[in-house]
Ligand binder design. Structure first.
Ligand SMILES: [Zn+2]
Length: 303
């Protein structure tokens, strides 16, 4: 918002007069400020839209595949994601998926278009990453600072998840949920998730230094806990009035609870993940943890 002046008494008197005259000024926060008119508001909002589009473009192109990895792997179709060849596909709404830009919008809904079902039961790995102390931070930081914090957190998670062929299924306030083995299939999905988690932590360590400085915090204030679990889950579209494309099941619930047992900067995986990714987790010993909503203690391994 442009600031039209300082705190000069004559100016503030003018300002009050201007308010009365409805000339578009307010005296607010000890400063004279111009009330943006409709045209200025529209310009600001279009600039914001351009900024958001540029950010999305940056995210989509951070780790680019020329053709859809999911379609190439499954029905063996070369679906162009970028370049001139992708133009006719875009006309039919086939474009890079927002959940993984190396897959396409057909892949997201593979179960409806190819399998003709509203959901599929599949073996997959689920990863939850959550930002420590977010509730407290969001009360002490300005809305702009909170949005910068979340932008950086989502960006670092997305880059790492996509690098390991995961689907960034959801961002839920201070948490991110990723699914591995859908739509890009891999026998080694548990290992991919562990590597993605380590990459998230590595990226976050680098990014949070400057971020914390700019927010007037210590890097340690921006810790992150990660939990990973694998097994059979349902992936599909749930809900009638509001359709949500997501994974559900006990595997998802356990994965979502695991970060709460993790310390800041720690990754905890369940025994099922440990068994499938043992060579990456050598020397890790289990610890029983009581997770919310689970009657029996759950054994978790540090990764
Ligand atoms: Zn595809």
């Amino acid at each position: 918002m442009p600031v039209a002046g300082g705190t000069h008494p004559r100016r503030s008197a003018e300002c009050r007069e201007a308010i009365e005259a409805r000339q578009g000024f307010v005296y607010f926060d000890n400063r004279l400020r111009r009330i943006p008119n409709r045209k200025a508001r529209a310009l600001a909002s279009s600039r914001r839209a351009v900024k958001i589009q540029a950010r999305e473009r940056h995210l989509m192109t951070a780790h680019q595949a020329r053709i859809c990895v999911g379609c190439w792997q499954q029905p063996h179709l070369p679906v162009p994601l970028r370049g001139v060849l992708s133009v006719p596909f875009r006309a039919f709404g086939i474009r890079p998926s927002r959940m993984n830009p190396n897959t396409c919008t057909i892949c997201e809904l593979m179960f409806t278009t190819v399998m003709r079902a509203r959901k599929v039961t599949t073996d997959a790995t689920v990863l939850f990453a959550d930002l420590r102390g977010y509730t407290t931070l969001s009360q002490s930081l300005s809305p702009d600072a909170v949005s910068r914090l979340l932008d950086a957190f989502y960006d670092e998670c997305a880059g790492a998840i996509w690098q390991h062929d995961g689907l960034l299924n959801k961002t839920i306030g201070d948490a991110v949920m990723a699914v591995f083995n859908f739509p890009i299939r891999s026998e080694d999905h548990a290992r991919h998730a562990v590597r993605a988690a380590r990459e998230i932590q590595r990226r976050w360590h680098l990014a949070r230094k400057t971020l914390a400085e700019s927010l007037g915090l210590a890097a340690g204030d921006l810790g992150m806990g990660i939990g990973i679990h694998c097994g059979e889950l349902s992936f599909g579209e749930f809900g009638r009035s509001h359709r949500d494309l997501t994974a559900i099941g006990t595997v998802v619930n356990a994965a979502s609870r695991a970060p709460s047992a993790a310390g800041a900067d720690q990754i905890l995986v369940t025994q099922q993940v440990y068994q499938r990714a043992q060579s990456d987790l050598a020397g890790s010993r289990p610890r029983a943890n009581q997770l919310k909503g689970f009657q029996q203690p759950v054994e978790l391994y540090a990764a």
